[in-house]
Design a binder for this molecule. Structure first.
Ligand SMILES: *Cc1c(COP(=O)(O)O)cnc(C)c1O
Length: 426
């Protein structure tokens, strides 16, 4: 049988760089042909060969209800009939803003945009505009979208600023970005001592999902808050992934730390292009048209996207939603750990709400460098073994995984069994 994915990949590569519209989809890290998805329903999607997969990426986070939830589909269908986009304000934007603010108490006001990249970039500009300062702190392994100033890796020392991680980003653009090791308190203290007085903000994924799954320790998160307050810098939680994913109140709810600005995306659009950033009124009113910080978007607050987001938020706000989702995710993680232990494989895993990560090592890593010590070949073998058995996890070892409300106990059990089979044959 000819593999339809191969045929599509060849066609795609002729017209789209690398055949994909976002790099990680290309399977470059794990090798092989990316699966081209035809359709999805509940916890599953089907590729071009009509092979079914249990989906643990959920569009990289948004699909917390699973695919094609009836209430969401209905809301979107209704919205589409009323028009795709107006470029003028709508009541639905107010409803979504009110719904978000009711669930994230650190925010008094919110601005809706179309992607997490845009939201993080805008929050950064707002922080610089509101403080009148230039420097920013970010952490190795945290991803905040692909705005120039945030595509940075650590420089040669703390006194130096970062180096671009992408061609096309001039060193001048990242010369105010300090990159620190995640969970390293000593580096954090030193960076504030050196740069604190010119620091506009510290941006962090408080539960990091772009280096697999690494939690900021409670002590580290608390110290970020204290140092920002002491030095007049804004604490920005990038909750594009964790917002409404690790719990109804995000990572800030889990950690009990209140950021100044919050960046949201993924779940709030329910699979449609929608993201947001928000915070205290006095800061948010620095934005145009009220204030001097410019930010805008043709499709911002799009009526179809807001309908999708609102319907999604309504479902996840129902009592018991996160208890059930968290339990399901823990069952998966505990089952994988038990399977690895039974087959004598080094393994560890962690989860919060509907987000999880697993590691082919005995201890949970605390930072990016440790995550990246994972044996690539072992991860790739596990990835392809699962794929073959109809289980689709993220095609890179530094990505988190996602469980949706649509995953059944049977799906979880089948996933654990597939993993055990691979561990056994190792
Ligand atoms: C996905 C993600 C982004 C970027 O969002 P896009 O919608 O892909 O632009 C930013 N920050 C974090 C933490 C993310 O996980």
């Amino acid at each position: 049988m000819t593999d339809q994915n191969d045929i599509l990949f060849e066609r795609a590569r002729a017209v789209i760089p690398g055949g994909v519209n976002s790099p990680v989809r290309a399977f470059k890290a794990v090798g092989g042909t990316p699966r081209f998805i035809k359709r999805a329903q509940g916890a599953y999607f089907w590729d071009a060969n009509d092979k079914r997969y249990i989906d643990y990426i959920g569009s990289w986070g948004p699909m917390i209800l699973g695919h094609g939830h009836p209430a969401v589909v209905e809301a979107v269908q209704k919205a589409v009939l009323e028009g795709f986009s107006y470029g003028a304000p709508t009541e639905r934007e107010i409803e979504l803003a009110e719904a978000i603010l009711a669930l994230v108490p650190s925010m008094d006001m919110v601005r809706l945009v179309s992607s997490g990249t845009e939201a993080a970039m805008s929050a950064l500009r707002l922080a610089r505009g509101a403080t009148g300062r230039k420097s920013i702190i970010k952490f190795e392994g945290c991803y905040h979208g692909h705005a120039d100033a945030l595509l940075v890796k650590a420089g040669s020392g703390l006194a130096t600023f970062g180096n671009p991680t992408s061609a096309g980003v001039p060193p001048e653009v990242v010369q105010h970005t300090v990159v620190l090791e995640y969970n390293n308190l000593q580096q954090l203290e030193e960076a504030f001592a050196l740069h604190g007085n010119d620091l506009a903000c510290l941006m962090i994924e408080a539960i990091a999902g772009n280096m697999n799954f690494v939690r900021a320790t409670p002590e580290f998160a608390k110290r970020c808050r204290e140092l920002c307050t002491q030095h007049g810098a804004l604490l920005i939680f990038d909750e594009v992934m964790t917002g409404f994913r690790v719990g109804l109140h995000g990572a800030q709810g889990v950690l009990g730390v209140k950021p100044d600005l919050t960046v949201l995306g993924k779940v709030i659009g329910g699979g449609m292009p929608l993201a947001a950033f928000g915070g205290p009124r006095a800061i948010m009113e620095q934005l145009a048209p009220l204030g001097p910080v410019y930010q805008a978007g043709t499709l911002s607050g799009n009526p179809v996207a807001t309908a999708c987001g609102l319907a999604t938020l309504k479902e996840i706000s129902k009592p018991g939603f996160y208890e059930a989702l968290g339990q399901k995710t823990r069952t998966l993680v505990d089952g994988l750990k038990a399977a690895a232990a039974a087959e004598g494989q080094p393994f560890n895993a962690d989860s919060e709400g509907g987000m999880f990560g697993f590691f082919l090592m005995n201890d949970l890593p605390q930072n990016y460098a440790t995550v990246m010590t994972t044996d690539n070949a072992q991860f790739n073998a596990l990835f392809h073994g699962l794929l073959e058995r109809g289980v689709y996890i993220a095609p890179a070892l530094y990505e988190a995984g996602f469980v949706s409300a649509a995953h059944t106990d049977e799906d979880i059990a089948a996933t654990i069994e597939a993993a055990r089979d691979i561990f056994r044959k190792r």
